[in-house]
Ligand binder design. Structure first.
Ligand SMILES: [Zn+2]
Length: 312
């Protein structure tokens, strides 16, 4: 039980629906009407009414009657053996990226919001976002249309397709993080479509500078304005949980921009998502002056959805 359940830890939530059935109803109906439930929020009355967010077959919580296993590990959701014939990559611990048969299939996946191809993250806030006394209204910023770009996500030997892209922000990934978690993303400079849950890498697993940009999550230990007489134009250093072999790891950006993202002196314990390269800073590591759209604070209600085991 424990070994098979361990494999299931990519199922971060189940979809709960009172009347829906895999055999008789449409996946779209489930996705629109269901409520997301964490394994820790399971109640016995939900038995038989929980479904996988990817393949939509029934899930059970294990163990059924308590929120932790006898070995101290947290409860989780598992697929039923009855549906073993229905393919679902959440059954596996090490998923492969998705490939597509033709350009039409890619375009349909983008249209139905199952796939997001990001050409780049915004370096600066778009002018329409409004800027009053240095405060950006992040919530009003939507992803913009990017250029049509060739991406090698074809099923046959990395065949390339020409597809529409987004000029995105990490903030928009954070905003509806639960809805985005199982979507496929093609990130800048990448030729693989991977689920968000599998793309996220724990910044605390990084032991040295990283030239290849990727999407990281980091837990803030502390954050402070580095100025002697603090001003919004000073740098703010936000220190992240780091690998034991690294002296420290921080995000360096101006105080004004970090504050606009909700990162301040009280942000210890919060999770920040960021896209980019990790460079050296003294004898530690840093994310130096990320672009405006390259990082964002995860709303605390999503903390339990973070794939804590994703090491580099
Ligand atoms: Zn499934």
């Amino acid at each position: 039980m424990a070994a098979s359940a361990q494999k299931e830890n990519r199922i971060k939530f189940a979809l709960h629906h009172q009347r829906w059935s895999y055999e008789n109803d449409s996946p779209n109906q489930l996705r629109i009407e269901a409520v997301k439930v964490l394994a820790t929020d399971y109640q016995p009355k939900m038995e038989g009414k929980l479904f996988c967010p990817v393949c939509t077959t029934n899930l059970v919580r294990t163990p059924k009657d308590k929120s932790i296993f006898s070995n101290g590990r947290r409860a989780c959701f598992s697929h039923l053996h009855k549906y073993v014939g229905i393919p679902c990559d959440l059954r596996s611990k090490k998923p492969e990226g998705k490939t597509y048969l033709n350009e039409e299939e890619v375009r349909q996946a983008i249209e139905s919001n199952d796939l997001v191809v990001i050409s780049s993250f915004m370096e600066k806030p778009p002018e329409t976002a409004g800027l009053s006394s240095g405060i950006y209204d992040q919530s009003s910023v939507e992803d913009l249309e990017g250029p049509t770009t060739e991406v090698a996500i074809g099923r046959h030997n990395g065949q390339k397709f020409s597809v529409p892209t987004k000029l995105a922000t990490v903030h928009s990934i954070c905003r509806n993080f639960d809805d985005n978690l199982y979507k496929y993303y093609v990130f800048p400079e990448s030729n693989a479509a991977v689920r968000l849950i599998d793309a996220l890498t724990d910044a605390a697993s990084i032991e040295t500078k990283e030239a290849t940009p990727r999407l990281y999550f980091g837990r803030i230990i502390s954050s402070r304005n580095a100025g002697i007489n603090p001003k919004p134009t000073n740098l703010r250093l936000s220190w992240l949980k780091h690998h034991e072999s690294v002296k420290d790891l921080c995000i360096k950006d101006t105080d004004a921009v970090q504050l606009s993202k909700g990162i301040n002196d009280d942000s210890a314990g919060r999770i920040v998502l960021f896209w980019g390269r990790i460079t050296e800073s003294g004898i530690g590591l840093c994310i130096n002056r990320p672009g405006w759209g390259e990082y964002g604070l995860l709303p605390t209600k999503y903390n339990d959805l973070i794939p804590e085991h994703n090491r580099k």
